[in-house]
Design a protein around this ligand. Structure first.
Ligand SMILES: NC(=O)c1ccc[n+]([C@@H]2O[C@H](COP(=O)([O-])OP(=O)(O)OC[C@H]3O[C@@H](n4cnc5c(N)ncnc54)[C@H](O)[C@@H]3O)[C@@H](O)[C@H]2O)c1
Ligand SMILES: O=C(O)C(=O)C[C@@H](O)[C@H](O)[C@H](O)COP(=O)(O)O
Ligand SMILES: [Zn+2]
Length: 362
């Protein structure tokens, strides 16, 4: 049996994150839920379906009455209400009831969309996360933020809906493209920056093994990130306060992601946003200037972009006004007090954001 991290909300047990090296253990976990009389619909995208659907469907079919699947074209541009609508139509046609289950097999796009459909179909049914990208294994499968983009505004429509289980097969990371792996490192570095300086330095020390996708190093990394994310979401499941720290790099990152028409990957935009947030923290005298060089080096170790071309600082800053972290006209911006310690600041001005963007606008 692999590693298991229980997640509690408001003191009560909610679900386990289970980490293994194959999909086989999913059978044992599903049997725990007694789903023999239920239907399970596996929601996945076109790329993941080609790689893993047969294998996972075979495991799932041993644990429930009926297994089916819903496949949509891969890509952030399909994380929208049109795809959710198609999924609702399929569920209605298959007469899915309130006790049937959705299983998200894929990256953060699949998990966010499937979770949102689960949160809203029949006012809420159960869902299970089986994350297959680095980004989804370290971040998006945990904590119950579900949702879709609307008119390309990121995650504009969504709900908090906790999964019943997160089942992570680390070895699935072997088939991920280098670009997608590098994108996942954006959220990993974010975890170190907001919560754990020793983890941040560990990433630097083990960069070559992580880059080579040594499975033991990946497992260790996913585990530490999972502990960090779990600790934050347990204390503040619906982002009334400190959960916002997980948004380091996202206020500007989401604006860049939309303005670049999703040509840039989410984790890469988060990385760029982290550089800008660190630059603002340095301008405020909170963080030493040499930390920016260290961050560049770390991002380069993982082939992450450190600049973006063709975007204007004015457009990026203007778009932050649509950010979900707006609070009575002020943005709840995440800054660094030091490496490993972030805080929410409502006083960051547009001028500071523009200045913070200078290092990344090529
Ligand atoms: N809910 C949250 O807390 C949260 C946290 C972070 C990010 N997100 C969201 O997650 C999304 C990004 O997720 P992502 O980076 O996983 O992107 P993604 O889901 O688009 O997956 C990236 C690509 O990798 C492919 N893929 C998936 N697993 C694979 C595998 N094992 N081998 C080969 N190819 C594989 C997919 O088909 C896709 O083309 C964004 O929409 C972002 O907003 C949500
Ligand atoms: O779980 C969270 O909380 C996060 O903020 C994790 C982020 O990495 C993720 O991208 C999230 O979807 C962003 O949330 P949003 O509310 O800013 O859309
Ligand atoms: Zn993110």
């Amino acid at each position: 049996m692999g590693d298991r991290i229980p997640v509690h909300m408001n003191g009560d047990f909610q679900y386990d994150i289970v980490m293994e090296m194959t999909f086989d253990g999913l059978e044992r976990e599903l049997h725990e839920f007694g789903l023999q009389g239920r239907r399970i619909c596996i929601v996945t995208d076109s790329n993941v379906a080609a790689l893993y659907l047969n294998e996972v469907e075979a495991v799932v079919s041993r644990c429930c009455r009926e297994t089916s699947h819903f496949i949509f074209p891969a890509g952030e541009e399909n994380k929208n209400l049109d795809t959710v609508r198609s999924l609702y139509e399929v569920l209605i046609k298959r007469q899915f009831d309130r006790y049937d289950v959705l299983l998200a097999l894929g990256g953060g796009v699949v998990g966010d969309l499937c979770g949102f459909a689960a949160a809203t179909y029949l006012r809420g049914i159960s869902f299970i996360q089986v994350p297959t990208t680095l980004l989804s294994q370290v971040d998006s499968s945990i904590g119950g933020k579900t949702g879709v983009d609307f008119d390309a505004y990121k995650n504009m429509v969504g709900a908090f809906h906790m999964p019943k289980l997160v089942y992570t097969n680390i070895s699935a990371l072997k088939t991920l493209s280098p670009e997608q792996f590098s994108s996942g490192m954006g959220e990993v570095i974010k975890h170190g920056l907001i919560r754990d300086a020793s983890y941040y330095h560990w990433l630097k020390d083990h960069a070559s093994m992580i880059h080579a996708r040594d499975l033991e190093h990946l497992k260790e990394m996913v585990k530490i990130s999972n502990h960090i994310k779990r600790e934050v979401v347990e204390k503040d499941p619906t982002e009334q306060g400190d959960r916002a720290l997980l948004n380091l790099g996202h206020t500007l990152g989401h604006a860049i992601e939309k303005l670049a028409d999703f040509r840039l990957l989410h984790g890469h935009c988060v990385g760029l946003g982290c550089i800008a947030a660190m630059a603002i923290s340095i301008h405020r005298g909170l963080v030493q200037e040499e930390e920016l060089t260290r961050l560049y080096e770390l991002m380069r170790d993982f082939d992450m972009p450190v600049t973006v071309s063709g975007l204007s600082s004015h457009d990026i800053v203007s778009l932050t006004k649509n950010d979900k972290k707006m609070d009575s006209g002020a943005i709840r911006f995440i800054l660094l007090e030091q490496i490993g310690k972030a805080y929410v600041d409502k006083t960051v001005t547009e001028a500071e954001m523009s200045k913070g963007l200078i290092p990344i606008l090529a």
